[in-house]
Design a protein around this ligand. Structure first.
Ligand SMILES: Cc1cc2nc3c(=O)[nH]c(=O)nc-3n(C[C@H](O)[C@H](O)[C@H](O)COP(=O)(O)OP(=O)(O)OC[C@H]3O[C@@H](n4cnc5c(N)ncnc54)[C@H](O)[C@@H]3O)c2cc1C
Length: 497
């Protein structure tokens, strides 16, 4: 960063400036505000579009806990609790899941803090006014006797999903006296003598101003909404991925911090991406449909490409451990399109909020051959794919979607769990493409969110959290850990800033 000649207020705008307007930014703001610091939060989006990717989420948040009795102090009461089993999920389980899905490419120190502090972080936010509940509709199937068993280490979410989360955050910020300014495009960092002392903001009329503070917390998201940076770091083809969340995360603050000498951390070559409605209009950054455009019941059926061939193990693990790498798998298929196939028996088990979405892309037909015609796939190939699958299933093993049931289809590729013959018409094909969620590469920091330079030394006055913090994820991701990471490291950064 160069010394600038911009109009400058030598007086501080606040003790702490937070750049960003999502879950991590607001969490950091609250943590600084409760310590008595004056806080100015600068959000690039206008008021009506604020909230970053966090707004688009289901609010699902991964925390370690000891089972339902350990959660009831901060989740909303629900009549179903009496017939609900929530298996304990320990910090060791959390760490093991992070290592498993990233193939050990997660930063161990950051991971340990994430696993230890996610639950206390949620309790602290709850004490400030945020509301949580058990996510019945996403993380449990009702059993024939009317009871519920939660699965996949992900059980708790915000009341009102991402929208509720961000409304609650805004209300807390206002109550704590944080000044929130919308429409603030932060384009640079101001440094003096190696310390960060403020930011440069571009106003709507194109003019720029400097705003000064003792510390700056960066919580401005990744570069998922920049076609150019996606193509540069993720590789060819990624410019065509659909942006699932906010259009404002274009990586400006990452670029500004790197220019100042910040180190990189994490995997800049991979990202979180999912199967996403391929053909419905407005399938990017859609604030009405938000996460309803995703298609997450694939472990129950099969996924074929435009050639009619399967290409992944749909039942490798619970959805929470595979979904974030399957956008990439679809991107690599011909035309970057694939089709989730189900039959009439499975259809009632699909997540209603996604598969009953208004305007959902779907083709239905009484036979597989007719379905193949409708989706432009060679009927003989699709029939052979389904027949190979159906006849390779070990039917002696009972089907149970609440556990990894080991009901294997011995075909290529194998399907490791939940294999069920597709035999009952009508048949359904849901076209999906690759929706990018957020990028995994970020800035290097210590476990308190202090940004480190390329030599590993803290850059005075500069903190990072949320998607901008590099090192937690690579290649894949356990569902619900993005919001958890924002809570944990936002709280840590804001507590120190
Ligand atoms: C559809 C969808 C569903 C998801 N579901 C879940 C889920 O259920 N659970 C989960 O854990 N994760 C989920 N995620 C991932 C989750 O959204 C992120 O991990 C998390 O929200 C990141 O929080 P953040 O505060 O770092 O970023 P964001 O919430 O994206 O906030 C970044 C903010 O920075 C602002 N900004 C960007 N550039 C600038 C700038 N130059 N100046 C000022 N402001 C700037 C943006 O406007 C935005 O407000 C989902 C994501 C999407 C897109």
């Amino acid at each position: 960063m160069t010394e600038s000649n911009l109009p400058r207020t030598q007086a501080k705008a606040a003790d702490v400036i937070v750049v960003g307007g999502g879950n991590a930014a607001f969490t950091a703001a609250h943590a600084a505000a409760v310590r008595g610091r004056t806080v100015l939060l600068l959000e690039k989006a206008p008021r009506e579009l604020f909230g970053g990717n966090s707004y688009y989420t289901a609010g699902a948040t991964r925390i370690a806990h000891a089972g339902l009795p350990d959660l009831v102090d901060f989740i909303e009461p629900d009549g179903r609790h009496a017939v609900t089993e929530v298996p304990p999920y320990s910090a060791a389980d959390y760490i093991a899941d992070m290592e498993k899905v990233t193939d050990g490419r997660n930063d161990p120190a950051l991971t340990e803090v994430l696993a230890a502090e996610a639950a206390p972080g949620l309790r602290w936010l709850h004490s400030l006014g945020l509301k949580y509940r058990l996510m019945y509709e996403r993380q449990a199937y009702e059993r024939p006797d009317g009871s519920y068993l939660f699965w996949g280490g992900l059980h708790v979410g915000n009341v009102g999903g991402g929208e509720g989360l961000m409304q609650d955050h805004l209300a807390v910020a206002q109550r704590l006296g944080t000044e929130v300014r919308f429409g603030q495009d932060v384009v640079g960092l101001v440094s003096e003598g190696g310390a960060v002392v403020g930011v440069t903001v571009r106003r709507a009329d194109g003019t720029e101003e400097e705003l000064r503070a003792d510390s700056v917390v960066l919580a401005a998201g990744g570069f998922e909404a920049s076609r150019e940076l996606r193509a540069e770091h993720l590789g060819p083809g990624w410019e065509n991925a659909k942006v699932r969340g906010t259009p404002f995360n274009t990586g400006q603050m990452l670029t500004a911090a790197l220019a100042l000498g910040a180190g990189r951390a994490g995997d800049w070559g991979t990202c979180h991406s999912t199967q996403w409605d391929a053909f419905t209009p407005d399938n990017e950054s859609n604030r009405e449909l938000t996460n309803r455009l995703t298609r997450q019941s694939y472990p129950l059926g099969i996924i074929v490409n435009a050639r009619g061939e399967r290409f992944v193990d749909e039942g490798e693990d619970f959805r929470n451990y595979t979904y974030a790498k399957l956008g990439r798998a679809v991107l690599e298929q011909p035309g970057s399109v694939a089709y989730q196939i189900f039959d009439a028996t499975l259809r009632p088990m699909l997540r209603a909020e996604e598969y009953d979405m208004p305007g959902v892309s779907v083709e239905t037909a009484p036979t597989l051959e007719a379905l193949a015609e409708k989706i432009g796939v060679d009927p003989e190939v699709l029939a052979k794919t389904v027949n190979d699958y159906n006849t390779s299933i070990d039917l002696a093993v009972p089907f149970d979607p609440n556990v990894k049931d080991g009901r294997l289809a011995r075909t290529t590729p194998a399907k490791s769990n939940w294999a069920t013959p597709l035999t009952a018409g009508p048949f359904y094909a849901y076209p999906v493409t690759c929706g990018i969620t957020f990028t995994f590469g970020g800035l290097k920091s210590d476990t308190h969110g202090r940004v480190l330079d390329t030599a590993g030394k803290p850059i005075e006055g500069l903190y990072v959290c949320g998607e901008m913090l590099g090192g937690l994820f690579a290649g894949n991701y356990p569902g619900g850990s993005g919001l958890a990471a924002g809570v944990v490291f936002g709280r840590r950064a804001g507590s120190l800033a």
